[in-house]
Design a protein around this ligand. Sequence first.
Ligand SMILES: Nc1ncnc2c1ncn2[C@@H]1O[C@H](COP(=O)(O)OP(=O)(O)OP(=O)(O)O)[C@@H](O)[C@H]1O
Length: 252
Amino acid sequence: MELLDIRDLSLHFGGITALNRLEIAVRKGEIHAVIGPNGAGKTSLFNCISGVYKPKTGSIHLDGNPITFKKPYAIAAMGVARTFQNIALFTHMTVIENLLLGRHIRMRSGPFSGAFFFGKALKEEVENRLRVERIIDFLEIEKVRKKVVSTLPYGIRKRVEIGRALAMNPKLLLLDEPVAGMNVEETEDIARFILDIKDEMGITIMLVEHDMGVVMDIADRVTVLEFGSKISEGTPSEVRSDRRVIEAYLGN
Ligand SMILES: Nc1ncnc2c1ncn2[C@@H]1O[C@H](COP(=O)(O)OP(=O)(O)OP(=O)(O)O)[C@@H](O)[C@H]1O
């Protein structure tokens, strides 16, 4: 069963074709990696899915519902959460505050009950805190939960960013180069957390990553892009032995 269904997706910047009639189906519960050389269109694809860019042609459906022309906040509320190539956190705030901001998107109570903090709003606040504490335990960041983000090392900040995305309780988690700039130990930790997010939380993951070791280790399926077009798709071992992929990417 597909969670994300992308059909005939094209995106242009002036004369540049960033995405060219792309077709990708992400199945529920899988880790789906998107790889390709620099400029292949990977980030543009994430920007289309999360509503930052509007494609020229094509459609994107999440769980059967069209999201192609929805605003980023509406797509987030429908269950798409994201992390960025360069960590995007409120660095002057604590870990717990950043995670609670992630929860905010899920808050349903109106301004009146929110302002007076009773009834539905109070119940939601208790739920939010519980969910955030569970994520903090899950990502093993209890010790830094009250620390200001700017004081934390890079690898821990990345975990906090993933935590904030998880706090939104997403159906689909988009991870843009989650291990970029990390040492071997930090990379192994993040790879393990990504697998646990899939296995224990049942969240479907789409992953852009240049670290082929990580992709081959954790992805269930891989889509390979070159100049905005899909040149291969399959299991890690299938794409690894695809001649076009070797020529376009892995060979160099
Ligand atoms: N906002 C923009 N304005 C103009 N051109 C853009 C914009 N965003 C992306 N592009 C172009 O679209 C193409 C795809 O870029 P994109 O960043 O999606 O590739 P990528 O595969 O994510 O690359 P990288 O691996 O380097 O992050 C490139 O030619 C890029 O220069």
